[in-house]
Design a protein around this ligand. Structure first.
Ligand SMILES: [Zn+2]
Ligand SMILES: [Zn+2]
Length: 386
């Protein structure tokens, strides 16, 4: 099967973190959770107050994630098919451009809960496992009808010996003494925007809040081991080239019990030899002779359901579109809704005629009182060129 599994090591995938990971919230986070997480991160990474070189990029990412997750419609699309599904709805705009959710959000981000340490909001910065990407090639028909596929790939999965903790069985990771398990060190400073709390990760425990004294031997304290994984992927009917299916929590395990990454199945669709697809619409170019167009005919045409007869009315003009309603591709998110099959009529004028065919056409011209070039025309042309 030409379905190579591609998984990227952590350092490469770092830039492809999911919107949920960027905001540090769970997939089922409420709107309030998302807003709170955004405010907190915006306070931390806003380029006006954070002079670290990565701040601009980080703030942009956080903002993009918030633009999508704070909008129920966009969030739903993102959940179903990932970033690709957002198309031009994606939130890659500038942090201060139209992408930003108005001055209100920016204001809120800076002044609400300023310097406050919201009770219970504190969480250790446990490193998440990487998101993984799997490239899946399917046929045109499979994309149209939907299909279930089994895929297999290698990944870093939870170590069975230590159950992912990274500590020797029987021992437990100890609370970091340097940060008292908080995983972060805070400093307060004055800026033009008022008092800002700067939060940096604890260097002793790398922000995890815990240190492991006796590491698990099987995984050398990482909490993960490489293994081959097999899962079934449901490809929904109507999926298209470039779409991604997001499988939450099916990616790489986080080190030392950190959150698991997601698996993104990138779908590639082999085109149909005769039918063209544009979203939910299907197009077929139908070739007719002038006689078929004039007199009407019945022809076999390919459709999603297989070949079938199509009646062409007498007097069909070049460029005529015959639209077969609801014979296109199922809509990905609106069940029961399908696009149309568009049959486009092309009328071909013959370039070569037998003697008899020419004679019949000349008779037709005479019948209609039309002046045409006579039978001897081609011969005369030849003579003139010689
Ligand atoms: Zn282990
Ligand atoms: Zn620490």
């Amino acid at each position: 099967m030409p379905n190579p599994a591609v998984s990227y090591p952590s350092h490469q995938m770092a830039t492809e973190r999911s919107y949920y990971e960027l905001l540090g919230v769970e997939r089922d986070a409420s709107d309030a959770d998302i807003k709170r997480a955004f405010r907190k991160l915006a306070q931390q990474w806003h380029p006006d107050v954070n002079t670290e070189t990565e701040a601009v990029e980080r703030f942009k990412e956080i903002n993009e994630a918030y633009q999508v997750l704070s909008d129920p419609k966009r969030r739903q699309v993102y959940d179903m098919v990932g970033k690709a599904g957002l198309g031009d709805m994606g939130g890659a705009g500038s942090p201060f451009g139209e992408g930003f959710g108005g001055f209100g959000d920016l204001f809120d981000a800076f002044f609400a809960g300023m310097g406050g340490n919201q009770p219970g909001a504190r969480r250790n910065r446990r490193q998440s496992g990487s998101d993984l990407r799997y490239d899946l090639r399917i046929s045109f028909d499979e994309a149209v009808r939907g299909i279930e596929k089994e895929i297999e790939f290698d990944l870093l999965d939870k170590c069975g010996t230590c159950a992912g903790s990274g500590a020797t069985p029987g021992s437990v990771p100890q609370t970091c003494a340097a940060c008292a398990g908080r995983g972060e060190v805070r400093s307060v400073r004055q800026t033009i925007l008022g008092q800002m709390v700067n939060v940096t990760a604890c260097t002793r425990c790398n922000g995890e809040g815990r240190v492991i004294d006796s590491p698990c031997r099987a995984c050398k304290g990482d909490g993960r081991l490489s293994r081959r994984k097999k899962i079934r992927v449901t490809v929904p009917a109507g999926i298209d080239e470039g779409h991604q299916i997001r499988l939450s929590g099916e990616g790489e395990a986080g080190p030392r019990g950190g959150p698991t990454g997601n698996l993104y199945v990138a779908v590639h669709v082999t085109p149909h030899p005769l039918l063209r697809r544009d979203g939910t619409e299907i197009y077929f170019d139908l070739q007719l002779s002038i006689v078929q167009a004039a007199l009407g005919t019945r022809l076999r045409i390919p459709t999603i359901e297989g070949d079938e007869d199509l009646e062409i009315r007498p007097g069909t003009q070049p460029g005529t579109e015959i639209r077969l309603r609801s014979r296109g591709v199922p809509h990905l998110r609106r069940s029961g809704v399908r696009g149309d099959l568009h049959v486009l009529a092309h009328v071909n004028v013959p370039t070569k005629l037998s003697k008899r065919q020419r004679q019949l056409l000349e008779e037709l011209a005479a019948e209609s009182g039309e002046v045409v070039l006579g039978a001897g025309f081609l011969d005369r042309m030849k003579d003139a060129l010689e």
